[in-house]
Ligand binder design. Structure first.
Ligand code: FMN
Length: 379
């Protein structure tokens, strides 16, 4: 089942394994792609995955997350970005690649002054963002669509909007964060308007054939935030608007302030990347949400989060709980995991122990498995 091709919009993905977006921390201070990126994506493409989603790139300076993040907010980034697309196509035996694009809004730790749909304190960074004017919302919609045009021009096969984990798209969608009283707030229709405008504007630039898909939250895990009944309704709207697929994740950063007793699982920073799967947290922890999305959607559903064995992959796909499975941390540890599984060699389990050491390495020089690094440093 996992080696059976399936389409996302107009493009065929050669198998059901996706590399989920993973911030690299490898760009120059000015946001340009480096040789380090090219090496990373070459290794991933050779590892057998069907679709690679890059780490998030910023669509506006006001939405930047880190100093070594890739930019996609100017045409001058296109030649660097095209090196990633070319590398994947050259080395990946029909591997496809999507650029992930994002704006952090109130969740930027890097910027002093943040903006968001509403001026509500972000309890982790303790920053109060400035409420976006309608003109600023229009500019951000425009910036998302221009970023999508650049991704297409750079040779990417698709684009994924980062609509999960509390960034600006979540901020529009979430009733906990979005307190606007104009036509971007209130009803589900209004809170989805931002995404509707981005899609419609982008299609004018790139056409309907270029797949635009999204990662979004099944739930926010915050009282007053998005619930599964709301998120599935939003997802159906997005399908009708034209989005090509949905990757289902969960949580906003403020969840890290909550207690295990309130959630039933142990929140750590970052809550979307739960720690120690199999011991402290359950495998495939977003499965219940993906199943609900599958129930209402015709477009493909991608499941992310704590998938730790091939048996589990088979179960998810056979039961049609999701159409694709995606991996972030397991592929930092073992970029050739899909090939290893498809060749039937080695362990059914992933080698990654989900210790989250990789999260610390991205803010130092580039992405790597802290455990592997530790053991090779000891040799
Ligand atoms: C080092 C690191 C960087 C990440 N960067 C991104 C990112 O740029 N965009 C995104 O949507 N998710 C990002 N994530 C979250 C992952 O894509 C994924 O949702 C989460 O880690 C759960 O999947 P996993 O259990 O397979 O790691 C990142 C996770 C890690 C560990």
């Amino acid at each position: 089942m996992y080696s059976k091709p399936k389409k996302i919009g107009s493009i065929e993905i050669k198998n059901r394994f996706i590399r989920s977006a993973t911030y690299e921390g490898m760009a120059t201070e000015e946001g340009y792609v480096t040789d380090q990126h090219v090496e990373l994506y070459k290794t991933l493409a050779k590892g057998g995955v069907g679709l690679i989603i890059t780490g998030y790139s910023y669509i506006q300076e006001s939405g930047k997350a880190f100093d070594k993040q890739m930019g996609v907010n100017k045409d001058e980034y296109i030649p660097g970005l095209s090196r990633i697309a070319e590398t994947v196509h050259k080395n990946g035996d029909n591997c496809k690649v999507a650029l992930q694009i994002a704006h952090c809004g109130r969740q930027s730790r890097f910027l002093e002054n943040t903006i968001a749909p509403s001026a509500l304190e972000e309890k982790l960074t303790r920053k109060i963002p400035r409420e976006m004017t309608r003109e600023e919302i229009r500019d951000t919609v425009d910036a998302f669509s221009q970023a999508i045009r650049r991704a297409k021009e750079a040779g990417f096969d698709a684009v994924q909007l980062h609509g999960a984990h509390g960034y600006i798209i979540t901020q529009f969608l979430s009733p906990y964060i979005n307190k606007r009283t104009d036509d971007y707030g209130g009803s589900i229709e209004n809170r989805t308007r931002f995404l509707e405008e981005i899609y419609n504007k982008s299609v004018e630039l790139v056409g309907k054939e270029f797949p635009i898909f999204i990662k979004m939250n099944g739930v926010d895990f915050i009282e007053g935030g998005t619930t599964i009944s709301e998120s599935t309704e939003v997802a159906k709207r997005l399908e009708n608007i034209g989005y090509a697929a949905i990757e289902v994740s969960a949580g906003i950063w403020e969840v890290a302030k909550l207690k295990k007793k309130d959630l039933g699982w142990k929140p750590t920073f970052l809550p979307e990347s739960r720690i120690f799967i199999g011991t402290m947290n359950e495998p495939a922890y977003n499965l219940a949400y993906a199943k609900e999305f599958k129930r209402v959607l015709d477009i493909p559903v991608i499941l992310i989060g704590g998938i730790n064995s091939l048996d589990l992959v088979e179960q998810i796909l056979t039961n049609e709980s999701a159409d694709f499975v995606s991996f972030s941390r397991p592929l930092i540890r073992e970029p050739d995991l899909p090939n290893r599984w498809m060749k039937g060699t080695g362990n059914q389990k992933v080698d990654c122990i989900f210790c989250n050491g990789c999260l610390a390495t991205t803010v130092t020089p580039g992405l790597r498995c802290a455990k592997l690094h530790e053991s090779s440093a000891g040799n």
